[in-house]
Design a protein around this ligand. Structure first.
Ligand SMILES: Nc1ncnc2c1ncn2[C@@H]1O[C@H](COP(=O)(O)OP(=O)(O)OP(=O)(O)O)[C@@H](O)[C@H]1O
Ligand SMILES: [Mg+2]
Length: 507
């Protein structure tokens, strides 16, 4: 925070705009928050960090009146409030921009904004004036949003701006963001940062949850670290904090090198992709993946990487070209045949394609092996259970039990459970699309280790990632895509950020 801003909005003597103290939240079998304190000052961005399942999202839901704490107090401007539901928190000027956005897809951007107005006030407000204000707010947020576009047709970044717009129309003074950049393009990230800084400079109190260190240091004025439902560290200024120190506080131990790559023997070609064409590709794509090789796919959002992987895994129909697995031509266009041939896929959008939300963690893990473990048409529950126990242990999935509904797990733990699906399968090629999005550093290191182990066994691995340090550090080779085309094939010892980015920018 600039000094001028500090002087204008806050002084150390004045109470913090938002003060949570002794917050306890329990779910059946889980103590999500064990008496947590958090002070957030006006005119500052307060970062929250912590492992997957540490309780960050839960705390935000306490601030927004969605989770009602068993004990603890919430003060806004020094005044104690008790929230009975989301409306009370809104009334108190608190808005949350959630990990999953909550807009109505069929309504236009402007209509969604207007929905944000409290219904009781609706009758008294001139709709026309309201629409004009909604449009002005949208214009102001950048991202070039046509107010009459149905929200379902907006990009994730634009939808997020509509959410922020809703908060602004309600004149929220406290705005909390839950991993807001995890699905944004590079340009959208820049716009979001600009908006966050502006909201701060206007004197609002911002709470900012992120797993991305660089972002934390760029944006935040203070940081609080959570572990296992408790606050383990608080740094009122970023000046005395280092990245290593935060990692240690988060995971409870030092991690020397989260990437931990070492050279590995590479064998025969496992998968040969030749002249593949189809939706999302603007030129035929050819490449090979060898046994024991980890091949990265880098590119900007929209470069065609996810589309390429969907063609490869049969979830989208190719219009031409071939895929050969261990010398055998794959009959394309069917995910089932791809799985039977030994291709495993961990999709990018776990909400839509990855999980069965109301099914248990065990069932979500076993979904791919069900046929194998079913003897004579009967499900072998004992073996399935063993399989799930092993996956939960190997991936350190934090869940009360295997029977818990997967939707109640924290975002990162859902992702780990889905990865666990494939560990007991016989696979030749493992395709992972943004596998560490929303994953904490400790769990990332575990996931990388699992990928190295799989590669060591002779499996070919493809990792689609927009995280430059990640692709540069864990891959043996990086293919770059831009604009629906393959633009470069860079061996490990030639990888530099400039080179990858240079090939990723549309020509
Ligand atoms: N509705 C719920 N029912 C049961 N348990 C829940 C529910 N919501 C959260 N939990 C549990 O509370 C704990 C904290 O979860 P939370 O989502 O707050 O973690 P997080 O810090 O946001 O993690 P991530 O970085 O993965 O998003 C987890 O153990 C989670 O499984
Ligand atoms: Mg969360």
């Amino acid at each position: 925070m600039s000094e001028a801003a500090a002087a204008r909005f806050d002084s150390p003597e004045s109470p913090p705009l938002l003060a949570l103290s002794g917050i306890v939240v329990e779910f059946p079998g889980v103590k999500a928050l064990r008496g947590v304190d958090l002070d957030v000052r006006a005119g500052s961005v307060h970062g929250l960090m912590g492992e997957n399942g540490a309780g960050k999202s839960t705390l935000l839901k306490v601030m927004s009146g969605v989770n009602i704490p068993r004990s603890g107090t919430i003060r806004v401007d020094g005044q104690e409030l008790s929230f009975r539901g989301a409306a009370d928190a809104l009334e108190a000027g608190i808005a949350i921009i959630y990990q999953e956005l909550h807009l109505v897809p069929g309504l236009s951007a402007a209509e969604n904004l207007m929905l944000g107005q409290l219904p009781s006030r609706m009758g008294l407000i001139d709709r026309k004036a309201l629409r004009a204000r909604a449009e002005a707010v949208l214009r102001d947020l950048g991202e070039d949003i046509d107010p009459s576009t149905p929200v379902g047709r907006l990009s994730i970044g634009q939808r997020q701006m509509v959410e922020i717009g809703k908060a602004l129309l309600r004149e929220a003074r406290i705005i909390a963001f839950d991993e807001p950049t995890s699905s944004l393009s590079a340009r959208e990230v820049e716009n979001l940062k600009r908006i966050v800084r502006r909201l701060r400079d206007e004197g609002r109190a911002i709470v900012y949850v992120t797993h991305r260190m660089a972002e934390l240091f760029e944006l935040c004025d203070a940081v609080t670290v959570f572990r296992d439902g408790a606050r383990v560290a608080h740094h009122p200024t970023m000046e005395t904090v280092t990245q290593d120190r935060l990692v240690t506080e988060m995971v409870g131990r030092a991690i020397e090198d989260i990437y931990g790559w070492s050279p590995r023997p590479v064998g025969e070609v496992v998968a040969a992709i030749d002249g593949l064409t189809g939706p999302g590709l603007r030129a035929p794509v050819s490449f090979n993946v060898r046994a024991g090789e980890i091949v990265g796919f880098f590119g900007l959002v929209g470069a065609g990487r996810t589309e390429l992987m969907r063609l490869l895994c049969g979830t989208e129909r190719a219009t031409g070209g071939s895929v050969t697995l261990r010398g055998k031509a794959l009959r394309m266009g069917s995910p089932r045949r791809a799985i039977e041939a030994g291709i495993a896929m961990c999709p990018e959008d776990r909400k839509r394609e990855g999980i069965f939300p109301i099914a248990s963690v065990n069932d979500n893990i076993n979904i791919s092996v069900r046929r194998r473990y079913a003897r004579a048409g009967l499900v072998d529950f004992a073996r399935e259970k063993q399989n799930a126990i092993r996956a939960i242990r190997d991936l350190d999935v934090r869940t009360a039990s295997g029977e818990t509904q997967i939707r109640t797990l924290s975002g990162g733990n859902q992702q780990k459970a889905i990865l666990g699906r494939w560990l007991s399968e016989k696979i030749e090629l493992f395709v992972l699309d943004e596998p560490t999005r929303g994953i904490d550093v400790g769990a990332r290191a575990q996931i990388y280790k699992i990928l190295y182990d799989l590669a060591e066994k002779g499996i070919g691995v493809i990792v689609v990632s927009s995280d430059l340090p990640e692709v540069s550090s864990i891959c043996d080779r990086v293919l770059v895509m831009a604009d629906g085309r393959l633009t470069a094939d860079v061996p490990r010892d030639e990888i530099t950020p400039e080179r990858l980015l240079g090939h990723a920018l549309p020509q």
